[in-house]
Design a protein around this ligand. Sequence first.
Ligand code: AMP
Length: 220
Amino acid sequence: MRLVLLGGPGAGKGTQAKALAKHWKIVHISTGDLFRYHRDHGTELGLLANRYMAQGQLVPDEVTEKMVEDRISQSDVASQGGFVLDGFPRTVPQGEALSAILASKHQHLDAVLYIFVPEEVLEERLVGRRVCPQCQANYHVSLNPPKIADTCDVCGATLIQREDDQPLTVRTRFKVYQEQTSPLIAFYEKRGLLRTVDGNQTPDQVTRALVSAVGTVADD
Ligand code: AMP
């Protein structure tokens, strides 16, 4: 199973990618997580990526494509029989690069799942989001607060607001999404791969809708 998740910033791609990876026992590949890992470990790639991430801009395509190609080529992806991509592709050239990477392995995507959430809902989700810097658990100040304010329920670390969830940066991310990522919706629709799901429901409801949307692909 090879899947791509599309959706605006804060649409729930990370949460849903984890749920789908568990459901199909496939590998969850998040380019945002990979870049944050490199940034936190001070690698050359991480330092370069952070110049863009901190401002809500996209990391250049070639750098991102190379990182994804390396990750998709690791043995766990073959042994687990696939992946769910979260945060990639984010531009049409990245979509073309992904097709080329898969074609070189005689593989193709099974479906592209578009999680649709209205922009005003996305903005509220992002600005209130808090994350655990230690175990990456996600919270929201009002929609999903931790039991003790600012403290991770799972590991007890102090929660932080991602630098790119600050209101000004959120606005840049929406603009980047509209201009550079949303054309991928038509790109994948043309290829008959797109399935749209209502993302303005509880996380469990969204997961069920995504699983059944993939089921319709298998039936096609
Ligand atoms: P995310 O966690 O998916 O919101 O990604 C956080 C940040 O990482 C983005 O705002 C970008 O700066 C960078 N990033 C993640 N995925 C990509 C991508 N496919 N292309 C370029 N930059 C990316």
